[in-house]
Design a protein around this ligand. Structure first.
Ligand SMILES: [Zn+2]
Length: 300
């Protein structure tokens, strides 16, 4: 579905479950549980909202979904469900081999999992075989060293397939991918995490990745426990919110389980804590209503 009058569409890779407490860091459960109601295991359902940009240079995909490669205990824990990325692209009339660039904000499995699929020989290979996978060099180096507190965040089979496929393009710092598509090194969630700013027609779209994973995380102190450098997340969040406000930008929240896109506005209070989404794009993303209805039976 198109976002407002832009050349961008949100393509879902379904949803999955994560521990609610970890997603909201130091925030007490009674506060975050109002926005995201946890299940009996304290898990909340999160979206996987990739963004397809129909740029003049060719189709650009922001984020690579989570994929469907989990088995056993992991499959049980994450409980991935709903439509998958390939189906969503097909519904938009885009074939995987037509994608020119895949921008990965970082390489955690829930952002890169569907960018790799098993090929005809039964081996993992890049799903978007003609695309350059755009990753910050710092992120790649950290992923190869499995730098982080969660040892299962990076998956060697996914990283290996991207490298061996020859699809990897490493960048250093802020980078203009194509006219109107700017990549910003944010750090924070991981050292090499990047956000994306897209100018499309009269609109600006900001994709903050895991710096602001859901609309609830617009609040300053709502920073996940997965963030390796929370003070950098805070700084990046302030800059992104300020940019979004100045440009009246549409924000797309990758893990938002509800409406994935919206403009933000600030309350009269000078603090940013009161930032909240405006569902100005509800009409354009109305297809999400049916997705959410489908999801509500299996999660939050
Ligand atoms: Zn994530």
């Amino acid at each position: 579905m198109r976002i407002a009058e832009t050349e961008a569409s949100i393509i879902s890779d379904g949803s999955f479950l994560l521990d609610g407490g970890t997603m909201f860091g130091v925030i007490p459960r009674p506060l975050w549980a109002r926005a995201c109601v946890p299940d009996e295991h304290n898990r909340i359902r999160l979206g996987l909202n990739c963004l397809l940009v129909r740029a003049p240079c060719g189709p650009v995909l922001i984020e690579g979904g989570i994929g469907r490669s989990f088995s056993g205990r992991e499959a049980e824990i994450y409980s991935v469900s709903g439509p998958c990325l390939g189906e969503g692209l097909a519904a938009e009339g885009v074939k995987p081999e037509e994608i020119r660039y895949v921008v990965l904000t970082h390489l955690h499995i829930d952002h890169a999992g569907a960018a790799v699929a098993v090929d005809g020989m039964g081996r993992p290979a890049p799903f978007f075989k003609n695309a350059a996978y755009i990753v910050q060099r710092q992120e790649w180096l950290d992923a190869m060293e499995n730098y982080g507190v969660m040892k299962s965040s990076y998956r060697p089979d996914v990283l290996g397939a991207i490298e061996e496929g020859g699809n990897l393009k490493l960048i250093d710092g802020d980078f203009e991918l194509a006219p109107g598509i700017q990549l910003i090194l944010t750090g924070g969630h991981t050292r090499g995490h990047q956000a994306v700013i897209i100018k499309s027609g009269d609109e600006t779209i900001i994709f903050p990745g895991d710096i602001i994973p859901t609309a609830a995380h617009l609040k300053e102190t709502y920073i996940t426990s997965y963030d390796l450098f929370p003070m950098d997340t805070l700084r990046a969040k302030r800059e992104i919110i300020s940019k979004a406000e100045n440009a009246r930008a549409i924000m797309v929240f990758y893990h938002e389980p509800g409406e994935p896109a919206g403009r933000i506005e600030l309350d009269n209070d000078e603090s940013l804590i009161s930032a909240r989404p405006i569902n100005s794009t509800i009409k354009e993303v109305s297809i999400w209503d049916s997705h959410r209805r489908g999801r509500s039976g299996s999660g939050t």
